[in-house]
Write a protein that binds this ligand. Structure first.
Ligand SMILES: C[S@@+](CC[C@H](N)C(=O)[O-])C[C@H]1O[C@@H](n2cnc3c(N)ncnc32)[C@H](O)[C@@H]1O
Length: 300
């Protein structure tokens, strides 16, 4: 009998709950498609093309980071290969509609919804961004807040499934550009844009750390980046260049202990006032490059 094709690799990690966020950050960096947190650890899904060596290297990297932070690096993991059908069933079981901010709801194509929120339908395929992760949720809330100001244009850096870009289009941004350096994410985002009839969203593949975006006369009104703090540090100057002085920049994917370093980077660039949100150990920063109001908002 022909063996079923491996579509996804399921990584089951048993670890102290205090270390989950640290390990999640490494997994996001290594291209996980999604993470399910559990009481005794987490489950992370990778595309079937990810090799066992790459997953082992990611786990070694996580151990190194935990050791570097003076934390215990005691955890165990197993890897299971999932054929497509198993994946679909598992994924669907864990996904519920998600309400984000005051106006948005994130649905999978099979969800039924009769409320009056703006719908974003995301096919949870091969890219990150179903709305279930804290980093995405905080971005959605901040985009909603930014949409109360000028909503001429929005740039979504690291679009994944396209969720944030589609949300921006739903909230009334006129021109939305979504970029990702992963060709699979770009394809997924384009499919989701079509699924949502979000014709205002243009999805662009960007393979370098340069923001290879056509220069705009006055910059983007809003720039949202749900990346990692390392990538944000590398891209920060480009992000600032691409933003309108009175626009909003939203930075997510930052862990609490990385917040101070990002603040330092921002203060070196004369950004003094930053709005801070957090869910669990994840922090989301937003600010206006030219004119900010000091505010700290804690979200539990
Ligand atoms: C954490 S996911 C965020 C997905 C989605 N925006 C969300 O908020 O749920 C980060 C995405 O950024 C992409 N990415 C990472 N580094 C990038 C870079 N330097 N330029 C563009 N995209 C990048 C990854 O491929 C991934 O799809």
């Amino acid at each position: 009998m022909k063996a079923a094709q491996v579509c996804y690799r399921k990584l089951l990690i048993t670890v102290d709950s205090k270390l989950i966020e640290h390990i999640s950050a490494v997994l996001f960096d290594c291209g996980t498609l999604g993470i399910e947190e559990r009481e005794d650890g987490l489950i992370s899904y990778f595309p079937g093309s990810t090799t066992i060596e790459q997953i082992n290297a990611a786990m070694d990297n996580a151990k190194g980071i935990l050791n570097g932070l003076g934390l215990s690096s005691e955890f165990t993991f197993t890897i299971e290969d999932l054929p497509h059908t198993d994946w679909t069933t598992e994924w669907k079981k864990g996904l519920n509609p998600i309400e984000a901010g005051d106006k948005l709801v994130i649905l999978a194509p099979w969800h039924e919804y009769s409320g009056d929120r703006l719908r974003i339908v995301i096919e949870p395929a091969m890219a990150f961004g179903t709305g279930h992760h804290a980093t995405t949720l905080m971005c959605l809330e901040e985009i909603e807040a930014a949409a109360l100001n000028t909503k001429d244009s929005l740039l979504d850096i690291g679009t994944g499934t396209g969720i944030l870009a589609i949300a921006a289009a739903r909230l009334g941004f006129t021109q939305v550009i979504a970029i990702d350096n992963d060709p699979v994410a770009v394809e997924t985002a384009r499919e989701n844009v079509e699924l949502n009839n979000a014709a205002r969203v243009e999805v662009v593949q960007n393979t370098s750390n340069d923001l290879n975006i056509a220069p705009r006369a006055r910059g983007f009104d809003t720039i949202v980046c749900n990346l990692t703090s390392e990538t944000i540090k590398n891209l920060l100057d480009k992000i600032l260049e691409a933003a309108a002085p009175n626009g909003t920049i939203i930075l997510s994917g930052i862990l609490k202990e990385q917040e101070a370093e990002i603040f330092h980077y921002l203060s070196l660039r004369n950004i003094k006032y930053v709005r801070v949100k957090n869910i669990g150990d994840w922090v989301c920063l937003s600010f206006t490059p030219g004119n900010c109001t000091p505010l700290r908002v804690a979200v539990s």
